[in-house]
Design a protein around this ligand. Structure first.
Ligand SMILES: [Ca+2]
Length: 467
């Protein structure tokens, strides 16, 4: 009798276990997205010179992703992150500028629009870079509010379309009249929701102010659920740090800015802990592309390139009790997977009327020894040419120029180069001559996938009028 009772009890037990979401509710999500941070810029990914104690702790309490992909430059990376699609599919080029007439199409479904119908409070704080015109701003893409700069911090003002708030703070002798006359580089507007509240933005205090804004939002929405998207302006050039950090690191302003980012992470973690939100909050930390003008060891290349150094990013995820602490995952993943993953975590609906390229990577987050979720990564260059493809350990370059700006697909298979990322992370040894069958297979796969994306390409949003 006893074994039967035990089995019956086990079956009843299984039937009575409520679903994860019913037990824990919907998790809060904080997504910290750094600009131009390289793989080895922080302690958990090999930096020995800078002090990143909060990120070190973050990694010790969470899981590192060592094959986490973005794209070579800014806007295309944010397009992938927000839509779960390759940038080419949603027609967002490498980088948008203050004179760009396009933005992410308002018809695209963003991360915020996945979670919002599920009751999430949403905010975007930092660099948007998916269209600066009114109709493309974060508040038109599912975010309840926005505070930040609309594009990169080395850019300037759209002098025609700038919309200043009544109480806009003009700094350094600037006036609205002057601002509209001359567009100066490295002077960018600071926007709240849809209006400019400070011009030119004081960049030295942006990391600090973004952090304060995030902490304030978390406190105000502690009953949850909430989604904080925090795409920092740093560490894109021109570098800046507040007086508390300036001159304090061993690597100049770059190190100062990185150490201030680490402080920012610490502030957010401390707030979650204080409010006892730790166990119900997923925190993700990653970057939009490789480092600018610097190396990204152990990889080859950096920002703008499709070498691993340009696109493989540091990434850490932490959710105590859910994500195994102090672990690493080497399976292919990337910011393109966030949308389906967020849908899974929040009970959100994935759009059914369009193709989504990313995959739900929750198994990579939660399983002890996860197998691959997707085995293929496409590497689009800044000019939207398909530059390379990775399947498993093999990466095939389809262009001669990995710089990203000028690379045109080469027609002749003899020009392709093949690297084994399992044994050659630095992409030093071309093995195409040794493995013609792998070259042929990957070429065929890349051609097919590239054609499918172009066939099901969706338009960018077009700015039609001066507002
Ligand atoms: Ca960037």
């Amino acid at each position: 009798m006893k074994p039967i009772l035990t089995i019956l009890a086990a079956i009843i037990g299984i039937l009575c276990v409520p679903s994860v979401s019913a037990v824990e509710g919907k998790p809060n999500i904080v997504l910290i997205f750094i600009d131009d941070m390289g793989y080895a810029d922080i302690g958990p990914f090999g930096n020995k010179d800078l002090r990143t104690p909060h990120l070190d702790k973050f990694a010790a309490e969470g899981r590192k992703f060592t094959s986490f992909y973005a794209t070579p430059v800014c806007s295309m990376s944010r397009a992938s992150l927000m839509t779960g699609c390759y940038n080419v599919r949603v027609s967002i080029p490498g980088v948008l500028f203050p004179n760009s007439k396009i933005g992410l199409n308002p018809d695209e479904i963003t991360l915020a629009e996945i979670v919002k119908p599920k009751g999430y409070a949403t905010i975007a704080i930092g660099k948007w870079h998916l269209g600066h015109h009114q109709e493309f701003l974060p508040t038109k893409q599912g975010f309840d509010s926005y505070f930040g700069i609309p594009y990169s911090n080395d850019m300037t003002l759209d002098t025609v379309n700038a919309r200043f708030a009544k109480d806009c703070v003009f700094r350094d002798g600037m006036t609205e009249e002057k601002a509209r006359k001359v567009a100066l580089n490295n002077t960018v507007p600071l926007v709240r929701d849809t209006e400019i509240v400070e011009y030119a933005a004081d960049q030295s205090t942006l990391t600090k102010r973004y952090t304060e804004e995030a902490v304030k939002f978390i406190r105000a929405h502690q009953d949850g659920p909430f989604f904080v998207y925090l795409p920092h302006t740093m560490i894109h050039f021109p570098l800046a740090a507040s007086s508390d950090f300036k001159g304090k690191s061993t690597q100049g302003l770059l190190g100062d800015a990185i150490e201030e980012i680490d402080w920012s992470v610490g502030q957010i973690m401390a707030t979650l802990k204080e409010l006892k939100l730790d166990n119900n909050t997923l925190v993700i930390f990653t970057s939009d592309n490789g480092p600018a003008g610097r190396a990204a060891p152990p990889f080859r290349g950096n920002k703008t390139t499709t070498w691993e150094g340009g696109v493989r990013e540091p990434c850490i995820m932490r959710w105590p009790g859910k994500i195994p602490a102090g672990t690493a995952c080497e399976q292919i993943a990337g910011n393109i997977d966030m949308l389906p993953t967020f849908a899974k975590l929040t009970g959100g609906d994935l759009p059914k009327d369009r193709v989504i390229d990313g995959r739900d990577i929750t198994p990579l987050m939660f399983d002890a020894q996860p197998g691959p979720v997707r085995d293929t990564q496409l590497y689009f260059a800044g000019n939207s040419t398909l530059s390379a493809i990775r399947q498993g350990q093999w990466k095939l370059f389809l262009t001669k120029d990995q710089g990203g700006g000028k690379g045109k697909a080469v027609a002749d298979t003899a020009d392709f180069t093949l690297y084994d990322l399992a044994t050659d992370l630095g992409e030093t040894k071309d093995l195409s001559a040794e493995h013609p069958e792998i070259v042929a297979k990957l070429k065929s796969e890349a051609t097919e996938r590239d054609a499918e994306i172009h066939q099901h390409q969706r338009p960018a949003g077009e700015h039609r009028k001066t507002q």
